[in-house]
Design a protein around this ligand. Structure first.
Ligand code: B16
Ligand code: MG
Length: 211
């Protein structure tokens, strides 16, 4: 399957870097200000989910109801705190094997895109000093439909000048795996086989693919 790929599309959080821990700290801080605890298990529900949908889930967990203006202020406040964390991101925080695998794909002439829900994706790639390894970046600023909708991966394929069926998507979230399959791509799941059942195959991390 990987021998035939012409394009590789990578999710960001959970595939290239673990930003989930910083999202968690910022969401936890918001929940505490609202008077309830937000747990690590709760945070699992937010992986791969957009900022707005994440806040909706968090408020549902805390049984908190707010109007649209307060909702927007909360989303902005969480993002401000999150950005303070990711300003300090270091290139060493790239997940094991990810940079080497990207470099190996490039040397074989395979096109590379990012397909992330995050609106902070370009900032994160800059901090990790790997933005130049991507031929196209499709992120939360460019898509209107959240995963499991295939939009992000279809747009990424088109940006690479390729058909989605010639691309392989690398994803750690269930909704992301579904989005990749719905786009018509092959999908490599990163994480647990038990959770990412719909992936074509599952690995623990990109280091497993480094040759
Ligand atoms: P932001 P991915 C996702 O990144 C995260 O997994 C998810 O937890 C986050 O809510 C979402 O990005 C939006 O991020 O608030 O930075 O726009 O996995 O799609 O790369
Ligand atoms: Mg992810």
């Amino acid at each position: 399957m990987l021998e035939h790929m012409k394009g590789a599309i990578f999710d960001l959080d959970g595939v290239i870097v673990d930003t989930a821990k910083y999202h968690f700290l910022a969401w936890q801080s918001l929940a505490r200000r609202l008077g309830f605890e937000f747990t690590g298990a709760d945070n699992e529900r937010l992986k791969g989910v957009s900022r707005v949908e994440s806040l909706r889930i968090l408020l549902e967990i805390g049984s908190v109801k707010v109007d649209q203006q307060v909702f927007n202020e909360m989303a902005e406040s969480k993002n401000n705190e999150y950005v303070e964390y990711i300003k300090r991101l270091q290139p060493e925080e790239i997940l094991p094997g990810a940079k080497t695998y990207l470099q190996q794909l490039r040397s074989k002439g395979i096109k590379i895109a990012l397909g992330s829900a995050s609106k902070n994706a370009e900032f994160i790639l800059d901090k990790l000093e790997i933005a130049d390894l991507f031929d196209a970046i499709i992120d939360g600023n460019k898509v209107s439909k959240a995963k499991p909708d295939p939009e992000v991966f279809v747009m990424a394929s088109v940006s690479l000048g390729l058909d989605p069926k010639d691309c392989v998507v690398f994803e750690d979230a269930e909704a992301g795996v579904q989005a990749g399959k719905a786009a018509g791509s092959k999908v490599v799941g990163i994480g647990s086989q038990h959770i990412l059942k719909e992936a074509d195959f599952v690995i623990a991390g990109l280091y497993e693919l480094v040759g």
